[in-house]
Design a protein around this ligand. Sequence first.
Ligand code: SF4
Ligand code: MG
Length: 332
Amino acid sequence: KEVIFKVENLRTWFPITKGAFKKVVGHVKAVDDVSLEIYRGETLGIVGESGCGKSTLGKTLMMLEKATGGKVLFNYDGEFRDITQFNSKEMFDFRKKVQMVFQDPYSALNPQKKIYTSFEDPLKVHGIHSEAEREAIMQKVLKMVNIQPDYLMRYPHEFSGGQRQRLCIARALEVMPEVLICDEPVSALDVSIQAQVLNLMKEIQAELNLTYLFIAHDLSVVQYMSDRIVVMYLGKIVEVADSRALYDEPLHPYTKALLSAIPVPDIHKTKKRQVLEGEVPSPIHKPSGCAFHNRCPNCMEICKQQDPALLVQNQSNGHMVACHLYTQTKQG
Ligand code: SF4
Ligand code: MG
């Protein structure tokens, strides 16, 4: 397996300031000491409740948020380069390799402009000066998402939500990226449309050998899409496992709670999902020790004092967990 992204001790902290002199009185630790590898061609799912830092992590991987510590190494033909140190020219080139697909496809497309313009602009920006060449690329990516080329002359409001998201995916593909960071790409869509978009994303991934970082709060969607899954809680990774292993034998009490909250399929969405007991603590005032301890049914004395390290539990499949229940088995 080839590593495409190597994230080392990444921090994305936001300062909280007070008073006229903007004195820094604390930090929101949105991403706090995250280390992780992403393999080429895989779909890595990232799950957690809202506010756990998953979107911020995704944005930091393409420096849409600035890293305040650690490294984000990207594989350039076998040589790893730290994108957090890039100058603006290097960053501009890097952005072609990693594109983002957002939750709300309506706001991602300019409502005042024809789709044609929204598709042509990024190509112009990235130096495709010939109109014929630009149109050839547009046709190619539209075909991939099954949208007719003459629809380019329409405006965003003339499309359904599912079509709009397919357009956003097509536009992301124009610059031939290696990685797509997808932040809740189907959560704004009707359930009946979700599977259609997800299946299309899988087809495109296989065709182009794309790597997906798939961020979502909906565990069943993440399970459907992902080869491996990362579970985040208050800015930290608490568990990493193959999709199958995570669902068959979750280790972290938080993961177990998330999984037990997956309802049986309910197409009418009548029931509100009850995720977990207790509130997510504020990322500004994180609990001491294990940040999950105030909600954990297995909390022990040590949990209130020591933050558990993320350690490999199973050498054969790389299953990792950060929890004192497992610290007897040390990393090999
Ligand atoms: Fe629960 Fe302790 Fe494990 Fe944290 S470290 S998840 S509090 S058992
Ligand atoms: Mg989010």
